[in-house]
Ligand binder design. Structure first.
Ligand SMILES: [Fe+2]
Length: 560
């Protein structure tokens, strides 16, 4: 049987859609993508698998009605069909795009399946998916990714992710798309790369968000990544608007309408265009995946359930150019961190979600691994002293030309958090999360996106207990905050590593994702890099590889 979870029919006229033609550059690794014609121009996708079911997704262009059949088979040639969902529909509209979702049920655990849709006998591309295991698991392969910004470059990292053999699950930690207009963030090279966004204006309405999702889904590399394995996805801020919290966002103003309506529209489009199970309120709470006896994975919602407005430096208690050697100034900063940033009532996940994590991890105490998929970096990171690090000529130019940047550089002489939108801006709740994990008799491996950099961090609570380790994935394409600072010879990664005892590795430049291999004995993380996002050809490499094992004194980490 099947449970149909959405079928909204014709969403919008295709006439308003500008499908980007295939780009003109090509590389040595693979041929130019075929121009996309026919009814299936947005690929197929599967997601949120459990031990007996998985969500299937596709979209049809020029949907004029007829017969729609989702099929799941045990083999790639579809000789052994194990699930079928068939529907007939007559349309009065034409020239439209429809999205389709179904939950394929009655599947076996830890099994690879192939799926497709037949539309009036025309087959979609074939996707590969896999159910979660039960009982003993010898090995589980994941890819962890985030921050795919279409105008910023080609999704070579998605292509490389799709090349991962025996992939069990893709964990996407958010910023699947960006809401900006065609001249917005990271769009400087979009024209040259033939990756100008559609619509060209900032996303506000349901139709806007749906069109942007449709554009992204025309990307052949993203399609390959979806077709390679089931995805477990959670949004970060940009699926609605930059630096979002429960009642607003940095990139939302009154002229753009009622914020809650914007969130609803964005979430509706997100679920229409992705292989997700849909919570009744479109948002839900943490998603939990039981990976047999090997691991429990909890993926948190950190934007719309509970998050308080991110702090900014408007509350900075002293002048930007105050003397860093004056003890009174140092004390003022310490008080600000304790009493403003450290305010006890500031939340990112909320008490209910922390209890959910504690319950899931407590129940998984006998498993080797408890994994937390978050959005923003959890480890403690302070900004290194940029006055000391940057060349004099650069400081001179910035001081004369960019008040905001100059303020930031001056404040960096004090010990200030690197990113107040990350957990460093919600320190009291971070401590409550750490306490809950410890009280559940647990430790954890955390994954994060958002920063557009790779990180290996140890997670330490205020009493010096190690709660676990964190692996932060870099972006698929979004720019690193450091990459446009013209400071030749300055390694920001080295500065951040030297400044922060909890940061074991920071990579401030590469694009890519993390390959994760779990076995009962070890968790390995490979920071996979791609050589370029400026053309379609690329070579893949590795920034670093890490192995976490369990010693007599808890979790241990080694570079391998
Ligand atoms: Fe991002």
């Amino acid at each position: 049987m099947s449970i149909r979870i959405t079928r909204r029919g014709a969403l919008f006229g295709a006439s308003g859609l500008a499908f980007a033609a295939a780009a003109c550059s090509s590389g040595p690794r693979r041929p130019e993508p075929e121009p996309q014609t026919g009814p299936f121009r947005h690929g197929v996708a599967s997601g949120e698998p459990d031990q007996s079911s998985v969500v299937l997704w596709t979209a049809i262009t020029d949907d004029a009605g007829g017969e729609y059949v989702f099929q799941v088979a045990a083999d790639e040639s579809f000789e052994t069909i194990v699930f079928e969902d068939r529907e007939e529909r007559t349309y009065v509209t034409s020239n439209a795009i429809s999205t389709f979702k179904v939950i394929a049920t009655g599947l076996e655990p830890a099994t690879t399946y192939f799926y497709r849709m037949l539309f009036n006998g025309i087959s979609s591309p074939v996707g590969r998916t896999r159910t979660l295991p039960v009982g003993a698991v010898a090995r589980f392969n994941m890819a962890v990714c985030s921050c795919s910004n279409y105008p910023a470059g080609y999704f070579n990292a998605y292509r490389e992710l799709a090349n991962t053999p025996d992939l069990d699950l893709v964990l996407h930690l958010g910023d699947y798309l960006y809401e900006y207009s065609a001249d917005g963030y990271a769009s400087e090279e979009a024209e040259r790369l033939d990756r100008v966004v559609d619509p060209r204006h900032e996303l506000i309405s349901y139709g806007d968000y749906a069109r942007r999702h449709a554009l992204y889904k025309t990307d052949p590399d993203l399609q390959a990544a979806h077709a390679a394995a089931p995805w477990l996805m959670m949004w970060d801020d940009h699926e609605v608007a930059n630096d979002a919290w429960t009642t607003g966002a940095e990139n939302h103003n009154e002229g753009e309408g009622v914020y809650e309506e914007r969130v609803y529209n964005a979430m509706l489009a997100y679920h229409d265009w992705n292989p997700t199970r849909e919570p009744e309120d479109q948002i839900g709470t943490a998603r939990i995946a039981e990976i047999g006896d090997l691991a429990t994975l909890v993926v948190t919602e950190s934007r719309h359930v509970a998050r308080d407005q991110p702090m900014d430096f408007s509350t900075f208690p002293i002048a930007d150019d105050a003397d860093p050697d004056d003890p009174a100034n140092r004390q003022a900063i310490a008080d600000w961190r304790a009493n403003e940033i450290g305010r006890d009532d500031r939340e990112m996940l909320g008490a209910a979600q922390i209890a959910q994590i504690a319950d899931a991890f407590g129940a998984a105490a006998g498993k080797p691994w408890r994994l937390l998929g978050g959005q923003v970096i959890m480890g403690r990171v302070e900004t290194p002293d940029m006055i000391e690090a940057l060349p004099g000529w650069l400081k001179f130019i910035v001081s004369k030309s960019d008040d905001l940047a100059w303020g930031y550089i001056q404040r960096s002489q004090f010990d200030i958090p690197f990113n107040l939108d990350a957990w460093d801006g919600y320190v009291a709740e971070r401590e409550r999360l750490y306490d809950a994990v410890r009280e559940a008799g647990s430790d954890m491996i955390a994954f994060a996106g958002d920063s557009h950099n790779f990180w290996t961090n140890q997670l330490m609570d205020d009493d010096g207990h190690r709660i676990g380790y964190e692996f932060g994935t870099t972006s698929i394409t979004s720019p690193s905050p450091f990459e446009r600072v013209p400071a030749p010879g300055v390694s920001f990664s080295r500065l951040i590593e030297d400044k922060n005892p909890d940061v074991i590795r920071h990579n401030d430049r590469d694009k890519g994702f993390i390959r994760v291999t779990l076995t009962p004995e070890a968790m390995e993380a490979d920071f996979v890099t791609v050589s370029t996002i400026r053309r379609r050809g690329y070579t893949a490499g590795s920034d670093s590889r890490w192995r976490v094992t369990r010693g007599s004194d808890g979790l241990e980490i080694d570079a391998i």
